[in-house]
Each structure stands twice: as C-alpha cells, then as structure tokens.
Write a protein of this length. Structure first.
Length: 73
C-alpha cells in the first residue's frame, strides 16, 4: 500500500483489480488498483491511498466519504 500512488485496500477483491471510486457528493472519480487488504473498520468497504482520496474529496480534512465502487477490469 502506497499513499503516493493511486492504490486501495479491499477485503475481498483480488490484488491487481482496477476499480473506479466515485464520490457521491461531488461526482468526482478516481481509478485505483487494489493492492492491500482492509479496511478493518466496521461499515467501510474500501481504504483509499492519500493520493486517491485527495483527488475526489472536497474537504481534504474529512476522513471518510460516501462512494460508489465500480470494477472496471
């Protein structure tokens, strides 16, 4: 997992899977590659790297977003 790359962690998706993550509030999206396991917090489906989060977040200080996750490969 690298915070300087467009990567993410997911509990079940295979490593190397590319997913489009769209912020439901502002409709910004980013394509990330799954390369880690997680998140381990209840109610969360995906952990984005800092770089990916910054591309789709309006409030850069907010720690979570409501997103849509779409597998693209």
């Amino acid at each position: 997992f690298s915070n300087s790359k467009l990567t993410a962690a997911h509990k079940k998706l295979p490593f190397g899977t590319k997913v489009k993550v769209t912020n439901l509030v502002n409709d910004k999206s980013v394509v990330v590659t799954i390369n880690d396991r997680g998140p381990f917090s209840a109610g969360r489906d995906i952990d984005l790297s800092k770089k990916a989060f910054m591309e789709i977040a309006d409030n850069k200080n907010h720690g979570s977003l409501r997103v849509n996750i779409e597998i693209i490969n």
